[in-house]
Design a protein around this ligand. Structure first.
Ligand code: NAP
Length: 244
């Protein structure tokens, strides 16, 4: 038996990319993983892949832009398991990679915020009462160095040429949410942190990226399984703190 036995984790956007690898690594630790997916047909094949490795996982339908779907999913989790120990807000979109901030369209900005920012906030708000009842919680917001204000303001940053204002700012606000939630939850054994997975070869990251999805999943999984005296309100890449 490990300490992780009987722990329940919800990972959003778990059907592919980094989210799938986060689900796999958590399941490898004996954690019961609920794979949050917006399309059940994609979720079913992802779940099958894990089952083929003897890693049982369940699928739960959640479109993170749909507050009703979030409430329904959390209600189901509460009724079925009576607990939720880990929430990994991984689902994300990048739909303005070629767009300068000078031309950023409000609809694209709002759509990006709906998925990358409001979704994680609503999911956290719904999960926290369940976590409080169990006196245990780990929330991981999968953010990005691209959302770091420190990095944006650094003229020598290798990301200076990256545009994607909607994506970058959605992750900046997500990081703010991490800090505010962590402040609110100090002393509750609910630890809230942001992770940058690094630049990862996925549909979002592209083929040129140096890291595999499994490598990208490492820091989020580490934060999802922190001990009780682990950090909260931090931003981490390669398991090390990085500037906001
Ligand atoms: P990905 O392969 O494109 O996967 C994104 C996942 O999010 C998919 O499962 C997708 O589902 C899901 N998703 C998108 N919109 C959703 C919604 N409204 N509701 C529920 N699920 C939704 O991307 P990835 O690279 O693994 O990205 C995972 C996270 O890492 C994102 O938050 C991303 O911003 C972050 N990140 C990635 C990189 C990188 O280099 N790849 C770097 C820094 C941060 P569908 O299959 O249904 O579309």
């Amino acid at each position: 038996m490990t300490n992780n036995d009987h722990k329940i984790a919800l990972v959003t956007g778990a059907n592919k990319g980094i989210g799938f690898e986060i689900a796999r690594k958590l399941a490898q630790q004996g954690i019961e993983v609920l794979m949050g997916v917006r399309d059940p047909s994609k979720g079913a094949s992802a779940k099958q892949k894990l089952a083929a490795e003897n890693l049982p996982a369940k699928m739960i339908e959640i479109d993170v832009t749909n507050p009703m779907a979030i409430q329904a999913a959390m209600g189901k989790i509460k009724d079925t398991y009576r607990r939720l120990d880990i929430l990994v807000n991984n689902a994300g979109i990048l739909i303005d990679s070629e767009t300068s901030i000078l031309n950023l369209d409000k609809t694209i900005f709002l759509n990006t915020l709906e998925t990358n920012t409001f979704g994680p906030l609503l999911l956290s708000q719904a999960a926290i009462p369940i976590m409080k009842a169990g006196a245990y919680g780990r929330i991981v917001n999968v953010a990005s160095t691209l959302g770091s204000l420190n990095d944006m303001a650094n003229p020598d940053s290798s990301y200076q040429s990256v545009t994607a204002g909607a994506y970058r700012l959605s992750k900046t606000i997500l990081n703010g949410i991490t800090i505010l939630l962590a402040n609110e939850l100090r002393g509750t054994n609910i630890l809230v942190n942001s992770a940058c997975p690094g630049w990862v070869r996925t549909d979002l990251g592209g083929r040129e990226a140096p890291l595999s999805p499994a490598e990208g999943a490492d820091t989020p999984v580490w934060l999802a399984t922190l001990p009780d005296d682990g950090p909260t309100g931090g931003f981490f890449r390669e398991r090390q703190p990085i500037p906001w």
